[in-house]
Design a protein around this ligand. Structure first.
Ligand code: SAM
Length: 228
């Protein structure tokens, strides 16, 4: 059985190796990955694998993403203290906690916040429990719903991250992004996608940049894939 100290050492080791492999350059992202106890976001039976850098099952056919994918997406998103961030696809709540560590916990006086939407109510509940145990309750709001429509009630957002595979960029997400904001989303078919990094310039113009290939579970909803 691992104890808290063992997990901290495993966490340091995986962060060092991500840095060595060139996945991790941003100091805030590194600090967040070193701070968030990933072992509290995986189901009990997989706890000993919490720092193996691969996706793990979280039930309902869904997964918590591999650690390098969280690092790559968070770096591409470039969150800063004080920002309002929207995540679509809460899953375990781990990515939301990494974001909250940067935008809210780093300097709570700046009042940054993470809003995260999950379509499966049981997973939203799992994430809420994990977030509470890990000490991020005040910084993250978990909402059950179809995140392909965004979350208009708290819009606009400085940053939007989608952690499920979309056939194209949902228009409501672009509408809910602030001028100067960034959106990171895996776009492609059901088998393979590529990360898309979209920026809304201050004059409202959009610019697009492609990142690495990736494989995510589908974004199911009005502006995503239809449920089969
Ligand atoms: N970010 C998560 C984490 O840190 O554990 C992993 C996300 S998992 C790869 C993708 C999640 O997106 C699943 O939990 C799935 O139920 C959810 N999802 C799929 N379509 C969705 C939608 N339209 N709105 C909200 N969540 C959705």
């Amino acid at each position: 059985m691992y104890n808290t100290g063992d997990f901290a050492r495993l966490r340091e080791r995986v962060v060092e190796s991500l840095e060595r492999e060139g996945y991790l350059k941003n100091k805030l992202v590194k600090k967040a990955l070193l701070s968030v106890p990933r072992e509290l976001f995986v189901p009990e039976k997989y706890r000993e694998y919490a720092y193996v850098d691969s996706p793990l099952p979280i039930g309902y056919g869904q997964t918590i993403s591999a650690i390098h994918m969280v690092a790559i997406m968070t770096e591409a998103l470039d969150p800063l203290p004080g920002m309002r961030v929207l995540e679509i696809g809460t899953g375990s709540g781990y990515q939301a906690a990494v974001l909250a560590e940067i935008v809210a916990k780093e300097d709570p006086s700046l009042k940054g916040h993470v809003y995260t939407v999950e379509r499966i109510p049981e997973l939203a509940e799992f994430a809420r429990r994990n977030i509470e145990r890990a000490g991020y309750r005040n910084y993250i709001t978990v909402v059950v719903g179809d995140g392909s429509k965004g979350l208009p009630e708290y819009a606009p957002y400085d940053r939007i991250i989608v952690t499920a595979a979309a056939p194209s960029v949902p228009k409501p997400l672009i509408d809910q992004l602030k001028p100067g904001g960034k959106l990171v989303i895996p776009v492609g078919d059901l088998y393979i996608q590529r990360l898309l990094i979209l920026e809304k310039k201050h004059d409202g113009e959009l610019s697009f940049k492609w990142g690495i290939d990736c494989v995510f579970v589908p974004l199911i909803g009005e502006y995503g894939w239809k449920e089969s």
